[in-house]
Design a binder for this molecule. Structure first.
Ligand SMILES: [Ca+2]
Length: 411
């Protein structure tokens, strides 16, 4: 489900005169485009007994998704062998994109991509995990800070007047459904700029995450997600890595589970059932986010690669990224364009998000498919947007050495 994906546009659409707001909204509210083996390296015990990978050797094809949290090798797989709660994704080549009937124009043409092996989080980063980061660092998320006009004005048409100060307060965008059917050409009818919304209060100041430790964290900007990954010694996955992992070894399939459409009786993912955006039957059990691992994993043992919450990727977004690759041979480890561009919102930089969310439905946008692409400005939080982390062998080695040093230094 497309959000309106920039807090700058929302602030301005509310805070300025009708003429400017109208121009902004024309740009901003458009409908989306038409529609286990872990590394077997030379692993040896360090002086203090911890396991250190001294030479990385790419692993063979995974054999059992549930065994991929840790590398197999000469040492029995234990929590110290690989990053906990992560799955080793062996490198490989795949066909990126889709021409499925539900695919949008920005998902084609199909092209061949090869990625190196990497670890990726088994689940979306949860509220409990994000809380540990905040408690350890004192980090204040984007949505908890007042909006910076000097930054926002770079994203809007020249000459746009500054909103009144009362509009530039901390906040984020919240899905706020109408109580009746509405035309699906204006996302302003179901998204609302909400002062006081942030990761602790994802649907506004009167809401909380009490009892939702195992739900994916939301209302985190791309900047917040990157800050978390750095603290964790990880990084965001690239768009190509994300899609490769989401496909779970299934070549050219429309869904993470294969060809079958979403089941009404045994849903494969947390999306929207009923009539969007006003009537959600929640036949899958969850009107909003679900605890991670509530639905079956994909072929790599990854949960919620379809639905639940969108997930940030590292790449800048371009609507024509794939068209610009046409004619290329196999593309190795693509990291996205150098700059963002989307003709619908030409002034606004956007980062890629993947995976769809609990708002996805086939009537409006079926983005719970592994090839579906969406984008949001990096300073924006949304009530259905979270992330998961990736990690390279070099990052894991660096973290292991750092943690080992820390352990040795401890009294
Ligand atoms: Ca649902």
């Amino acid at each position: 489900m497309i959000p309106q994906n920039s807090r700058s546009y929302w602030l301005l659409s509310i805070g300025v005169g009708a003429a400017v707001a109208s121009a902004v909204l024309v740009l901003a509210l458009g409908r989306p485009e038409s529609a286990a083996d872990a590394p077997r390296g030379d692993i040896s015990p360090d002086d203090d007994g911890s396991i250190v990978i001294t030479k990385f050797v790419p692993p063979a094809e995974n054999a059992d998704a549930d065994e991929h949290c840790a590398p197999a090798g000469r040492f029995a797989a234990t929590a110290t062998d690989g990053p906990s709660h992560m799955v080793w994704i062996p490198g490989g080549q795949f066909t990126m994109g889709s021409t499925h009937r539900l695919a949008r124009a920005n998902e084609s043409p199909l092209h061949e991509v090869r990625v190196d092996g990497f670890w990726i989080d088994k689940t979306e980063v949860t509220n409990a995990e994000f809380r540990k980061f905040v408690e350890a660092t004192g980090y204040v998320t984007t949505a908890e800070r007042p909006a910076d006009w000097e930054e926002l004005k770079k994203q809007v048409p020249a000459g746009t007047p500054k909103p009144p100060p009362e509009m530039l307060v901390p906040g984020a965008l919240v899905f706020t459904p109408p109580d009746h059917a509405v035309p699906l050409d204006n996302v302003g009818q179901w998204w609302a700029w909400t002062p006081g919304a942030n990761w602790r209060h994802p649907e506004g100041p009167k809401t909380s995450i009490d009892g939702k430790d195992d739900h994916p964290v939301v209302q985190v900007s791309w900047d917040d997600a990157v800050a978390y990954t750095k603290w964790a010694g990880k990084r965001l996955p690239t768009e190509a890595e994300w899609e490769f992992a989401a496909r779970g070894r299934l070549e050219k399939k429309p869904f993470t589970w294969g060809d079958a459409p979403l089941s009404e009786t045994k849903p494969q993912a947390n999306i929207w059932q009923g009539s969007f955006p006003h009537h959600n039957t929640a036949a899958d059990g969850y009107p909003r986010s679900a605890p991670v691992k509530s639905f079956p994993p994909n072929g790599y043992g990854l949960y919620d690669m379809a639905g639940n919450t969108w997930e940030w990727c590292s790449d800048w977004f371009r609507h024509d990224t794939y068209r610009r690759r046409a004619g290329d041979d196999v593309i190795e480890n693509p990291t996205g364009p150098a700059k963002s561009f989307d003709p619908r919102q030409p002034n606004m930089p956007q980062r890629v998000q993947r995976g769809g969310s609990f708002l996805c439905n086939d009537v409006y946008c079926a983005s719970y498919r592994p090839s579906a692409r969406m984008a949001t400005s990096p300073d924006t939080g949304l009530s259905h947007l979270g992330f998961r982390c990736a990690m390279t062998p070099a990052m894991w080695q660096a973290k292991s050495e750092k943690d080992g040093a820390t352990s040795r230094a401890a009294p």
